[in-house]
Ligand binder design. Structure first.
Ligand SMILES: [Zn+2]
Length: 351
């Protein structure tokens, strides 16, 4: 059933890519432009992966295609400061695209930065300050390795025993999903115990994954380049809706100050962790607005309109994941039509 649905979608996309009917609607729905969000850019090594883990990765080839696609469409590729200027009415121009990358993985330094410098284009990276502080545990990559390396798994947590057969790809994906669910169901201050219960019997060590994150030397080096904007993305990357107002303030303000202290420049842009309606809403928007950022972004899918000048604490973005590596699909989404249909025929997406 699922494969039939995918085939129908593929055919619909192929017809759309050829006839481009959505382009007639573009002037109505594209607004001023679009802020894109991506996470990781990783060469396709063709080794077995868990799709739920690799979904945030696109290939370097696709990123370059994406840049060239917008250049050929005559878009202006602009910085977050320019997005802010546009919304303040201080700059005007052709439709824009602003490239942003969340979290602060090392591929920003090794792959994304060199590519943007080759084209001399601006981009932004929102850094979780615990990444370069080496305090983040990248348990989702540890979990992927755990299920890929073993044919059976078991652990005990909170007086409950868990065991899984993990021989086939389907079994590995199911175990990954279940263990992920267990980890995410634990209150954030008990994370250490659950991670210890899952990983310590298998000698999977958090420090071995540190190099997937940028270190401070790399963040500082990027910040010296005027085409790069360093934005804040909290300290721990927690679900902010689960925290008290005081904890949310601390997460936002501390990450901003930590970055400013390291890079010696003001940090004026912010991205909410996760950023969907499950993790951020009106309360978080109001709390982030206390920190004097020029722009604050979610992952609600949407284009940027001049009306967003009154909603700088909740600017929508269009997320490009591994599943979206298709320029025909990008062509429909950058026109704002997917967002319009998805949001009950609303063009200006805010809260
Ligand atoms: Zn993030």
């Amino acid at each position: 059933m699922n494969s039939l649905k995918h085939r129908i979608l593929d055919i619909a996309l192929a017809v759309t890519a050829f006839l481009k009917p959505h382009r007639l609607l573009c002037p109505i729905f594209q607004g001023e432009g679009v802020i894109l969000v991506m996470h990781r850019v990783v060469p396709d090594k063709r080794c077995p992966r868990i799709p739920a883990s690799s979904r945030i990765e696109i290939t370097p080839e696709f990123l370059e295609e994406l840049i060239n696609y917008f250049i050929e469409l005559n878009y202006e590729i602009i910085s977050l400061d320019s997005v802010h200027q546009r919304l303040s009415g201080k700059e005007t121009g052709r439709p824009f695209v602003c490239f942003t990358f969340d979290d602060g993985y090392v591929d920003i330094f090794t792959i994304i930065h060199p590519l943007f410098m080759k084209y001399q284009l601006p981009y932004a990276v929102y850094v979780v300050s615990d990444f370069p502080d080496r305090k983040s545990v990248l348990w989702w990559y540890m979990l992927e390795d755990l299920v890929l390396k073993h044919n059976a798994l078991s652990f005990r947590y909170a007086d409950q025993g868990f065991s899984f057969t993990t021989r086939s790809a389907t079994e590995k994906e199911a175990a990954f999903a279940k263990i992920r669910e267990v980890i995410l169901s634990v209150p954030q201050d008990q994370m250490t115990e659950v991670l210890d219960a899952v990983f310590s019997p298998y000698s999977i060590i958090a420090e071995d994954y540190n190099d997937l994150q940028m270190d401070w030397n790399q963040v500082v080096e990027l910040s010296r380049e005027s085409l790069v904007t360093i934005g804040a993305h909290t300290v721990h990357h927690y679900n902010l809706k689960q925290l008290t107002a005081e904890q949310v303030r601390w997460e936002i303000q501390t990450s901003k100050e930590r970055l400013e202290e390291k890079i010696g420049r003001p940090v004026e842009h912010f991205a909410y962790p996760y950023g969907s309606r499950d993790e951020v809403g009106k309360r978080e928007f109001d709390l982030a607005a206390e920190s004097d950022f020029k722009t604050m972004v979610t992952v609600r899918e949407g284009n940027i309109f001049s009306d967003h000048a009154a909603h700088l604490s909740c600017l929508p973005r269009v997320e490009i994941t591994g599943r979206h590596q298709n320029l025909a699909l990008v062509d429909v989404r950058r026109c704002g039509i997917v967002s319009f249909l998805r949001h009950g025929l609303t063009r200006v997406i805010t809260e």
